[in-house]
Design a protein around this ligand. Structure first.
Ligand code: ADP
Length: 655
């Protein structure tokens, strides 16, 4: 802690704040109006916080039981003031909350800034910038505040022009809570206007569960002939928003636009959501859920500590953010609110863990989100042409197409997270399996469902084949699938880190086993005709001595060497035993710092390949054998254990 006295002193903004301020005022210029949404949102949060703290100490309300937000303006003075009766700030809090960036999300956001104005403006638009957005329209901001519970003498005034520093002094303030006064820039005087402000409240803050009030105005004719009339304030405060929590209203009374705005405010995501589900659940556990699927992944989706974005309310009282018990981890991208009628108001995170009601809500939420995704996924794939429709059906077809695009978007952003559900949520595994989408040897985009695959299976095909690799290109070109390609057998191509792990929980889909083509010997069963089988056996017989020699030469590196029919263009490839982890997965685990026992792979060779034919009786047999092995390793995405030796061997042959 620094020893600088707080009152009557100038403080410099933290460097990041100064940077953010610069960016805000320069890049949000074309979207000025959002400042009001941000300030009202802060005021509303402050009231929520007071309500919550007062659960433990009702005296915090003092003699002001009302929680509300008031917006006043003065055209002549060019000011706009947002006042709340919320928790307020002490002088120390004003210095730290309005002078530094505490929120990790904001810091993360700052670190992503590129310095490119246009790109950064887009980022910032998605992110929401809170209090500092006031400086888009103001050349000076004055905050006066008093924290609930402090005496009137414990008030604070904070003033800044947004240029590097702010000033703080203690003041006497009779009322609890905060008022933020913007001194409007000349090009932002439109906001010192009752109609304009009402329009914005309507647009952004209608659903806020607090009354937002403005002083009434009436039209007064000019007193004398020729003198213009004007709006004059009546001195009465009127509530200008609906002031009921959106989720408590009947669905039919809520427009899509209102749902979207509610999302934007609660999730602090300024891009419209993909879809939502809103339900009142009755029965032994009563609650209301309003859950949204965002349209883009947050920056911290892969953060293992990331909590679910659900706000918990109990009987309309805000209890906590990020109530992670209300959704399984694999649905952590979902945002929204749950309002329980049964939980006690003083519920803690620890209590949530043990509550039966919470378990019921979590299951209910999971079912609803899966149903919502199923709804989106039901639409025909976006790249199949819409069926010919007469006019009456046109909108329906468009809806479906739009839904298909939405599911593709969902899958792109969150598919890899949903896959975790195969391992995490046994009860819903079948439902999740139907939501999976993969690329394949016949389709470039990740759009193939397991059901699509099954429907296209060849006569006599017994398994759903897939391959995992580090990248889609590596999967697509991997030697292991050559014979499948030749015979026109579709193979699912997977390159998400989570694929192999998640599929270890999905042994079959609707009665058909899933089979990695990189594991075990290839057995195409009935897909091979008798002639092919005989030819393969003869070839195997013929190279038996060669196989034995290879085993001996490579005995430190391979578990076994065998002849395969899976290769067409490549001389050799590596596979693992049926139950083992693939070599790619082993590498992933090692990169993640896990201790993995080194398994020796099986080298499979193609007896038809010129290189293999050359091996027999070759004076460089030992070098060639090692090259064959190392190349198979490279093709599969690995690295030779001794890269220098590999290079030396290849060079020796080249010379
Ligand atoms: P955010 O609200 O996203 O945390 P802001 O920059 O908008 O970020 O605000 C920073 C902090 O200042 C808030 O977290 C809060 O602690 C405090 N604050 C802002 N406005 C108010 C207010 N009206 N009443 C009390 N505290 C406030």
């Amino acid at each position: 802690m620094s020893a600088t006295p707080i009152s009557g002193t100038k403080h410099a903004f933290q460097a990041e704040v100064a940077q953010l301020l610069h960016l805000v005022t320069h890049s949000l210029y074309s979207n000025k109006e959002i400042f009001l949404r941000e300030l009202i949102s802060n005021a509303s949060d402050a009231c929520d916080k007071l309500r919550f703290e007062a659960l433990a100490d009702a005296s915090l309300y003092g003699d002001q039981p009302e929680l509300r937000v008031r917006i006043a303006f003065d055209k002549a003075a060019k000011t706009l003031t947002v006042t709340d009766t919320g928790i307020g700030m002490s002088a120390e809090e004003a210095v730290s909350h309005l002078g530094t960036i505490a929120k990790s999300g904001t810091r993360e956001f700052m670190s992503r800034l590129s310095g490119d104005q246009k790109q950064d403006a887009q980022l910032i638009g998605q992110f929401g910038v809170g209090f500092y957005s006031g400086f888009i329209v103001a050349d000076e901001i004055t905050v006066e505040s008093r924290r609930a519970g402090l005496p009137a003498s414990g008030g604070v005034r904070w003033v800044s022009t947004g240029a590097g520093e702010f000033e703080v002094e203690t003041i006497t303030r009779e009322e609890r809570g905060t008022s933020v006064t913007l001194h409007l820039r000349d090009d932002a005087l439109e906001f010192a206007d009752g109609w304009r402000i009402k329009e914005l409240i309507n647009k952004y803050s209608d659903h806020i569960a607090l009354p937002i009030q403005m002083e009434g105005e009436t039209w007064e004719e000019g007193k004398e002939e020729g003198q213009p009339g004007q709006m004059v304030k009546t001195g009465e405060w009127e509530t200008v928003n609906q002031a009921t929590a959106l989720w408590t209203r009947p669905k039919k009374d809520i427009t899509d636009e209102q749902y979207t705005q509610f999302y934007e405010q609660t999730a602090h995501d300024w891009q419209p959501p993909l879809a939502w589900t809103h339900n009142r659940v009755e029965g032994s556990t009563e609650y209301t859920q309003l859950l949204y699927v965002p349209s883009h992944a947050p920056m911290d989706l892969w953060d293992r500590e990331k909590k679910a974005g659900i706000k918990l309310y109990v009987k309309r009282v805000f209890i906590m953010d990020e109530a992670e018990q209300l959704l399984p981890r694999y649905l952590r991208f979902v945002k929204g609110v749950v309002d329980s009628a049964d939980l006690p108001l003083n519920v803690s995170r620890e209590l949530l863990q043990e509550s039966r009601d919470v378990r019921a809500i979590r299951e209910g939420n999971t079912r609803r989100v899966l149903a919502l995704l199923e709804e989106l996924a039901k639409a025909p794939a976006a790249d199949t042409p819409a069926p010919a429709a007469d006019n009456a059906e046109v909108t329906d077809v468009q809806d479906k197409k739009e839904a298909a695009d939405k599911y593709a978007t969902f899958w792109r952003e969150f598919g890899a997270v949903l896959k975790e559900g195969l391992g995490e949520d046994t009860a819903n595994r079948e439902r999740i399996a139907k939501l999976l989408r993969y690329a394949s040897t016949t389709t470039d985009t990740a759009s193939v469902t397991l059901a699509d695959y099954k429907a296209r299976m060849k006569e006599g095909q017994k398994a759903i084949y897939y391959i995992t690799a580090d990248t889609l290109a590596a999967a697509r070109n991997s030697p292991q699938i050559e014979v499948f390609r030749k015979k026109g057998i579709e193979v699912l191509l997977m390159s998400d880190r989570v694929d192999e792990w998640s599929l270890s929980f999905l042994r079959e889909f609707e009665g058909t086993p899933l089979q990695s083509v990189a594991k075990g010997a290839v057995d195409l069963g009935e897909l091979q005709d008798e002639g092919e089988k005989q030819a393969a056996e003869q070839a195997a017989e013929a190279v038996k001595p060669l196989v034995e020699k290879l085993k001996e030469a490579l005995k430190d590196s391979v578990e076994d060497v065998r002849v395969t029919t899976r290769l067409v263009d490549s001389p050799a490839c590596l596979v693992v035993k049926d139950a083992g982890m693939s070599l790619q997965f082993e590498r992933l685990m090692r990169q993640a710092g896990q201790a993995v026992p080194a398994t020796k792979p099986v080298l499979e060779i193609n007896p038809e390949h010129a290189l293999v034919k050359k091996l027999e009786g070759n004076p460089h047999f030992d070098d060639l054998a090692h090259i064959l092995f190392d190349q198979a390793l490279l093709a599969e995405g690995g690295l030779p254990a001794d890269p220098a030796a590999y290079v030396r061997r290849v060079n020796a042959l080249l010379i």
